[in-house]
Design a protein around this ligand. Structure first.
Ligand SMILES: Cc1cc2nc3c(=O)[nH]c(=O)nc-3n(C[C@H](O)[C@H](O)[C@H](O)COP(=O)(O)OP(=O)(O)OC[C@H]3O[C@@H](n4cnc5c(N)ncnc54)[C@H](O)[C@@H]3O)c2cc1C
Length: 397
């Protein structure tokens, strides 16, 4: 029996390892010369594999109900077992699990060595599968003017448009489309945001703990925000890019104190020579409060008693609800992942098998589901690879 795994990214590599005890030939096809190219870049080169805080709310899909059903898998709570099975040793940094080696390249090379040691596995790099056809109970994969037949196929081709210069959407999703699958709307996410006439240009390089959200929305993203030459980045911004709509958003610069508390604390210091700058310095770095004071026409030498109500209200709204317009996501070359992909309606989410084509499975970013930054996407690749591998093993029982 022969199983094809198409794509040696996180999901493909994990699938091959999860199938290591299967009595069948496992052929892993990768178009690139470098296996797991994207995985080598993860976690700032340190590979952030999962997160302590993990629930369905941390993932996005156009099929909310099926997303929740998929994540009911027992492997979500048992994800640490999956990483143990993959041999990835990790350490906790707050909520994030980082590879113990802190070296994603070394980790990927170890995973590839593990596959090469598997007696049932064959890594076939620099082969792009250009077509797939059903032939009786089997599937014919086409590459380099050749065809090869397989009983089972795991499609783990990812969703990135730029990293491997794979061409357009039709090219990336060519195989699922060929099999009759629908591809939902796709877009790059976990990207920094670019702001036209970036108002923060002068303070690029600075970071702070802030809050970002769509205007009028209750869904807020809290955490580190980094000012860049082009706009804003950092974990809170990358996460927000998954839900960002339109061309404006609201940014808050104070975390841990709501507006009313801020107001109370501020006016409490009305008596005496309390500088506004000293008060603001409790919440943000000097160049950031100076930027705000300048924007609101408040001198850095002003005391709290010097600030009139109008200027204070202006300062308060800038600190808590600064509206940024002319905002855009960056493109695929700066994105960590793709939102959208193979429609979950056409996949049995309990097995990751195609509902349209028996023995075809999906794993990883190729499907219409993506997570926040912080280990959620590698976890998703591991969970779906495990579900697909188990379902294939169950077929042969
Ligand atoms: C800079 C960066 C940092 C990141 N950091 C993290 C992090 O710390 N934690 C986290 O959880 N996630 C992180 N991610 C996201 C994570 O890398 C992806 O979610 C994950 O790699 C998706 O795995 P995948 O196997 O589904 O897709 P991919 O890794 O994209 O792999 C798909 C593979 O399929 C191959 N392929 C495609 N079509 C064909 C074909 N027709 N024939 C043969 N081969 C084909 C591609 O060449 C590719 O190698 C990061 C992403 C980036 C870009």
């Amino acid at each position: 029996m022969k199983i094809a795994v198409i794509g040696a990214g996180a999901a493909g590599i994990f699938s091959a390892i999860f199938l290591r005890n299967f009595k069948a030939e496992i052929h892993i096809f990768e178009q690139n010369e470098i296996l797991g190219e994207k995985l080598r870049l993860t976690g700032g080169g340190r590979m952030n594999i999962t997160n302590k805080r993990l629930s369905a709310a941390d993932y996005f899909s156009s099929e909310e109900r099926l997303k929740n059903n998929l994540l009911k898998t027992r492997w979500l709570d048992r994800r640490e077992e999956l990483f143990d099975e993959l041999g990835i040793k990790y350490k906790w940094e707050e909520n994030r699990a980082i590879a113990k080696t802190e070296n994603a390249v070394r980790e990927v090379e170890r995973l590839i060595r593990a596959i090469k040691k598997q007696r049932n596995a064959f890594i076939r790099e620099k082969i792009k599968i250009s077509d797939i056809q059903k032939s009786g109970n089997k599937y014919l994969l086409k590459f380099d003017n050749k065809t090869e037949e397989f009983e089972f196929v795991i499609i783990a081709t990812g969703g990135m448009l730029k990293l491997h210069d794979m061409g357009g959407r039709e090219d990336i999703y060519k195989l699922p489309i060929k099999l009759g699958h629908t591809i939902t709307k796709t877009r790059p996410v976990l990207t920094p945001l670019v702001i036209t006439n970036n108002p923060f240009k002068q303070i690029a390089g600075l970071s702070f703990k802030g809050v970002i959200k769509n205007i009028g929305s209750k869904e807020e993203f809290n955490g580190d925000i980094l000012i860049t030459h082009l706009g804003i980045s950092g974990p809170a911004v990358l996460d927000f890019s998954s839900v960002f709509e339109g061309s404006s958003c609201e940014l808050g610069f104070i975390s841990g104190l709501n507006e009313n508390q801020f107001k109370d604390e501020f006016w409490k210091l009305r008596e005496g020579k309390n500088y506004v700058r000293t008060f603001l310095h409790k919440f943000m770095p000097k160049s950031l409060y100076e930027w705000h004071l300048k924007k609101c026409g408040i001198s850095t030498e002003s005391t709290i008693a010097d600030v009139n109500k109008e200027k204070f209200n202006n300062l308060l709204s800038n600190l808590y609800r600064l509206v940024l317009s002319g905002v855009q996501r960056m493109d695929y070359s700066n994105a960590w992942t793709t939102q959208g992909g193979v429609d979950l309606k056409e996949i049995n989410v309990a097995t990751m098998e195609s509902k349209l084509n028996p023995h075809i499975f999906f794993a990883g970013e190729v499907v219409d589901m993506n997570g926040l930054c912080g280990g959620y996407n590698i976890t998703f690749a591991a969970i779906t690879a495990k579900i697909a591998a188990e379902a294939i093993l169950n077929y042969s029982k």
